[in-house]
Design a protein around this ligand. Structure first.
Ligand SMILES: NC(=O)c1ccc[n+]([C@@H]2O[C@H](COP(=O)([O-])OP(=O)(O)OC[C@H]3O[C@@H](n4cnc5c(N)ncnc54)[C@H](OP(=O)(O)O)[C@@H]3O)[C@@H](O)[C@H]2O)c1
Length: 405
């Protein structure tokens, strides 16, 4: 995680900053439809937390203002930001990387802004900014930059420019950096593929953002997939979900119950032509028993990559998987990968966006939370709180109403 680097001449005035109280939000001549005052300051609101806990208890909205950018500084208006499970874990204080809490925004207590992913539009740039101009779309180069805010003052070096936004929506760009990148890297980096259409991967949490991306990449690259979802009480709903994943290009979709049922060994043998078509990688989003059940169907010598722990249960692996099948068990964390490989991340993002432009990558289902100037904190924090609920119709996303004219 890279902390958001403060800017020279970036965030200056806050209602909470005693030395500058004469320039509090109330004294700027601010039209409610506009966030830019006649002095050139941008009025912003951020969803912040000063202590760890449940989002509904610790999140608050903080109003502040941003001075016009200087040097390599850029002011960005956020367009769309997802609410990912890791964002919630971070607020709860149970995620390994913790954003720095500080008073740069003028909060009375040191605070961090929630959110790690999103797309923004450049509003203004400092005099030495070379690679960006007003109207460009940008995504965050690093995690931990705190995207849940209407506007952000940031150094040019911390942003990736979307070179060609033609044919792309803010939702597609705002959700590309975490889930699709994770699926892309896990599929490509943990197995050697022939791309002949006779190889498989297996995954649980197949209806998650990552799972949906993996299915579509597999279809594009000629890799067949066995996709495991949690069964639904309502069997019509369950079939609808299965059909949705078949629509994305899934080869097979089964429930956890079916995976762990008696007939599955023979069934998978039949799908893989008696095992001649190898199941070369497993993507484990869930852990616990479902994770072990998944590993059972990997071909000898292959790898299971754990990237999530939605069941909150540890993986208890039978020794035979290690000794006789020589399976390898490893993990992947896109945050660390992105921070270590910023250039490869840009290539990965560009590649996925090209697939999106070509209509080969469908939008994820979302539960949208519209964020306007007067949106209450209770609305915003409820959207965050709901994220870990399970059996959801779609991923939570903040979409920002356009206030600048
Ligand atoms: N390591 C990394 O770099 C990385 C990157 C991205 C995501 N992740 C992790 O991957 C996981 C999925 O993230 P996402 O953004 O793709 O999620 P998402 O789109 O919000 O989907 C959540 C998924 O988790 C499942 N789920 C929820 N509660 C569960 C439970 N108690 N037991 C089993 N499954 C449960 C959901 O299935 P139902 O529909 O059945 O509830 C759904 O498939 C999270 O753990 C996230 O932190 C890790």
């Amino acid at each position: 995680m890279t902390a958001l680097r403060p800017l020279a001449g970036g965030l200056r005035v806050s209602a909470a900053s005693p030395a500058l109280r004469h320039r509090s939000l109330a004294t700027f001549p601010l039209d409610r439809r506009r966030t830019i005052t006649s002095y050139g300051y941008t009025q912003a609101k951020s969803l912040v937390y000063s202590k760890y806990g449940e989002p509904k208890d610790v999140l608050s909205v903080h109003g502040h203002s941003i001075s016009p950018p200087s040097g390599s500084g850029v002011v960005v208006r956020m367009l769309t930001c997802p609410i990912n499970p890791a964002d919630v874990n971070q607020i709860q204080g149970v995620y390994p990387s913790k954003p720095e809490m500080n008073t740069l925004l003028g909060t009375t207590e040191p605070a961090a802004v929630g959110g790690n992913e999103g797309v923004g539009e450049v509003m203004s740039v400092g005099s030495s900014v070379k690679g960006l101009q007003k109207g460009d779309w940008v995504v965050m180069k690093y995690t931990g930059m705190g995207t849940w805010r209407t506007h952000m003052a940031v150094d040019e070096s911390q942003l990736h420019k979307i070179e060609d936004k033609t044919g792309l929506s803010p939702l597609q760009v705002g959700t590309v950096s975490v889930n699709p990148c994770t699926a892309y890297r896990m599929l490509l980096d943990f197995a050697t593929w022939g791309f002949r259409g006779d190889e498989w991967f297996i995954q649980n949490g197949a209806n998650s953002g990552v799972g949906r991306a993996a299915i579509q990449l597999g279809r594009e690259w000629g890799i067949k997939s066995i996709n495991v979802i949690r069964g639904r009480e309502d069997k019509t709903e369950e079939q609808k979900l299965k059909d949705e994943l078949y629509g994305l290009g899934a080869t097979q979709v089964i429930t956890e119950e079916e995976l762990q049922g008696k007939g599955m060994k023979d069934q998978i043998k039949e799908w893989t032509r008696g095992g001649r078509e190898e199941v070369k990688v497993g993507l484990n989003c869930v852990g616990g028993k479902p994770g072990v059940a998944l590993a059972k169907f990997l071909s000898p010598g292959t790898t299971m990559v754990t990237y999530g722990a939605m069941s909150k249960q540890p993986l208890a692996l039978p020794a035979s998987m290690l000794i006789f099948k020589e399976l390898k068990f490893t993990g992947f964390w896109v945050s660390r990968w992105s921070d270590n490989h910023p250039d490869l991340k840009k290539q990965t993002v560009d590649d996925i966006l090209q697939l999106t432009r070509n209509g080969k990558f469908k939008d994820i289902p979302v539960e949208e939370c519209s964020w306007g100037w007067d949106t209450e904190v209770s609305t915003l924090s409820a959207a965050v709180q709901g994220t870990l609920g399970g059996f959801r119709a779609g991923k939570g996303v903040f979409t920002f109403e356009k206030l600048d004219v």
